[in-house]
Design a protein. Structure first.
Length: 369
């Protein structure tokens, strides 16, 4: 399976996808390059995989005829119909699509698009059907190369009967010297964007996290308000599980990628937990620190640090180890004491790189030692 694919893969996630892709982008910006990112969207990707072409691809990668026949039997003879106001359409055969909600469906989809990035010179990153590519664009030749990669993707889509939703495909220009070059897909100009929601995280053309912090806090506060209005009980055994299950996940989704560095953003996220702990009966008159101690909670900032340590361990010693060589540099080790897993602190010229996770991880964690 392609190393660019992070969806439905063991030890891969939205967070590993975001960290790996934007680490490369921030490096290029820090070195003085302008960068263009193309965000691509397949139209109904899982529903449009043609069965015959899928089976031909499975055979071409070496799956046995017995396995291919079993998959063919699993896919064929499916029918569907629609209903509007109680009136049913006639039954029609399903000739495309992988069954969603199944275990095998996502694997088949990954195998189908596994060669999507072949022949592409730009950096390609994929999470299931969410695809993006980036390239430094310091000259007209660079722009031409990126356009050629887009054309190559359009050819791939036509060959395998997939379709891009061009209206949702966007280009983001990064870097103060960016030429703001136009791009097209299948002859249609791509819209320009200064901010995109990438795998659920808001990313702007400055690679800042403030907008994401505001959005996360707003979503969490909305859920917290629903709990406050809809739940009569203020007992710890009621409020705390609801907070942990429904509110806090909004504040911590992929947070190792977008972890706030500005004090105002840190305060904004923490304010949500302050509100939540005040909902518990008997906690209204206590300070925030006292409420946390009584409820057995940590500040969100401390939880993020703990998450940093866990994530770093996974990259260096654990399940993300195959990704670490690209993201981190080991410190040359010549002394007899110590250990060989020390990391070089990331170097940077611009703030856009200074706050990035792969630069901030090692010193942030070492300061706690």
């Amino acid at each position: 399976m392609s190393s660019n694919q992070h969806g439905f893969m063991k030890d891969r996630s939205c967070q590993t996808n975001l960290i790996a892709f934007y680490d490369e982008v921030s490096k290029k910006l820090d070195s003085g390059d302008a960068v263009d990112i193309i965000y691509l969207d397949f139209a109904k990707a899982f529903d449009t995989v043609p069965h015959k072409r899928l089976l031909s691809k499975l055979r071409s990668i070496g799956l046995s005829e017995a396995v291919c026949t079993w998959i063919e039997n699993w896919l064929q003879d499916r029918v569907q119909r629609g209903v509007v106001n109680g009136t049913f359409s006639t039954w029609n055969k399903v000739l495309s699509g992988v069954p969603q909600g199944s275990v095998l469906g996502p694997l088949l989809f990954n195998l189908f698009i596994n060669d999507l990035g072949e022949g592409i010179m730009s950096n390609v990153s994929v999470f299931a059907d969410d695809t993006k590519l980036c390239r430094p664009v310091n000259s007209i030749q660079d722009v031409t190369s990126l356009q050629q990669d887009l054309d190559q993707l359009a050819i791939w889509a036509a060959k395998w009967q997939m379709r891009f939703n061009v209206d949702k495909c966007k280009v983001m220009h990064l870097g103060c010297k960016n030429m703001q070059a136009p791009y097209n897909l299948n002859g249609t100009a791509l819209g320009k964007s200064i901010m995109e929601k990438d795998l659920g995280v808001l990313v702007d053309n400055k690679l800042g996290c403030s907008k994401q912090c505001q959005a996360a806090a707003a979503r969490a506060n909305k859920v917290l308000s629903c709990i406050k209005r809809g739940i009569d009980s203020r007992e710890e055994g009621v409020i705390l599980p609801l907070y942990r299950a429904l509110v806090r996940p909004h504040l911590e989704y992929a947070v190792q990628f977008w972890s706030p560095v500005l004090k105002r953003d840190i305060i904004e996220l923490e304010r949500v937990q302050r509100r939540a702990t005040k909902l518990v009966k008997g906690m209204e008159s206590l300070s925030y620190g006292e409420r946390l101690a009584q409820l057995g909670l940590f500040t969100l900032e401390k939880r993020r640090l703990r998450g940093d340590m866990i994530t770093m361990y996974k990259y260096i010693r654990g399940s993300y180890n195959n990704l670490s060589n690209v993201l981190f540099t080991s410190r040359s080790f010549q002394r007899t004491r110590g250990h060989p897993l020390r990391l070089e602190e990331g170097r940077f010229h611009l703030n856009i790189r200074k706050g990035f996770v792969t630069v901030e991880f090692p010193p942030r964690i070492s300061r706690t030692g």
